[in-house]
Design a protein around this ligand. Structure first.
Ligand code: ZN
Length: 151
């Protein structure tokens, strides 16, 4: 991907928002915002609005998602934004969109389940919400989902 897509994803598409972050997109999504509020933020912040709201279907700088199923939605968005589903970026937190950074293993010993700590060498931490990721497992789970989609 040449350039990180900057998106604002509406509250009907929160699951898609999390997936797009895991593929490297910069995504704001807040379930408490109405479509109109999110559109205003998106325009101020130079983001494309990703929505299922039919009233916005023809608006400029809006991407209307046709599909109901997450797999269909993901396929549409990957095509539209030129994301590469073979590259699992895992650069951003799926929950809050903050950037992840690698963290020393000993620092996460009390923050992940014991079996996870015992079986992984590499961990990443979200600088925003503090969520810990163990990339091998997260990548493997994502790979399984992405492999089930015909891009
Ligand atoms: Zn986070």
């Amino acid at each position: 991907m040449d350039e990180t897509p900057r998106l604002a994803v509406d509250r009907m598409l929160m699951r898609l928002a999390r997936w797009l972050r895991l593929l490297g997109a910069d995504v704001i999504a807040d379930a408490s915002l109405t479509g109109a509020e999110l559109l205003r933020i998106a325009r101020t912040d130079n983001r494309i609005l990703v929505t299922r709201d039919k009233r916005l279907r023809t608006a400029a700088d809006v991407f209307f998602v046709e599909g109901n199923a997450i797999r269909t939605q993901l396929r549409e968005a990957v095509r539209r934004f030129g994301l590469d589903p073979r590259v699992i970026a895992l650069t951003r937190c799926s929950r809050c969109n903050a950037v992840l950074s690698m963290v020393a293993r000993e620092l996460v010993s009390r923050r992940v389940p014991p079996y996870v700590f015992a079986s992984h060498d590499r961990f990443a931490e979200c600088r925003g919400c503090g969520r810990i990721y163990w990339p091998e497992t997260h990548r493997a789970r994502m790979r399984a989902m992405l492999d089930s989609i015909a891009f």
